[in-house]
Design a protein around this ligand. Structure first.
Ligand code: ADP
Length: 151
């Protein structure tokens, strides 16, 4: 069984993440979306909200599971018996950043990182842009799955 961990903050999930998860499903038997908990980071949405948005977006997809975790992603991979980490690449900046992490993970474990190039129609979307649009009262709904709601 081929399992991949798709790690991230997902604050909130965007159509870009959605696209990567959907395409990941065609490559792996299970895609575990893993929301990283970083005590030093301030989030717009609570962990519970971020988890629910993703679960709701994939409620009809049995190959997607959503979990939360602390610590190293490679340790989570070992715990979940996942041999792959899935990441999306939007631009050269993503590539440079991801390259160093993937090399480090390879040095520390046997886990392979699989990169998917983002779909061109969602490549400009980031959670931070979505948060900016929300803060300033714009129509964020065109950037995220329907499950993302603000209170
Ligand atoms: P992180 O805090 O780890 O950057 P994110 O939630 O921002 O977490 O992103 C998680 C993953 O989703 C990363 O691999 C990132 O490159 C990818 N990603 C983010 N936005 C998009 C997008 N618009 N299209 C495709 N992949 C994306």
């Amino acid at each position: 069984m081929k399992k991949a961990i798709f790690p991230g903050s997902f604050d909130p999930i965007t159509l870009g993440h959605f696209d990567i998860i959907q395409r990941g499903i065609s490559l792996f038997d299970e895609v575990i979306v893993a929301i990283g908990v970083n005590a030093e980071k301030k989030y717009m949405f609570s962990l519970d909200e971020r988890k629910k948005f993703i679960e709701e977006a994939f409620k009809d997809e049995p190959k997607v599971r959503v979990i939360t975790y602390e610590g190293l992603t490679i340790d989570l991979c070992k715990k979940e018996k996942a041999e792959f980490i899935l990441r999306g690449l939007r631009n050269p900046a993503d590539f440079e950043f991801e390259k160093a992490i993937a090399h480090t993970n390879r040095r520390l474990s046997k886990i392979e990182t699989v990169f998917l190039l983002t779909a061109s129609k969602t490549s400009y979307i980031s959670s931070s842009i979505v948060r900016d649009v929300i803060r300033n009262g714009g129509d964020f709904t065109v950037l995220v799955p329907e499950s993302v709601k603000i209170k």
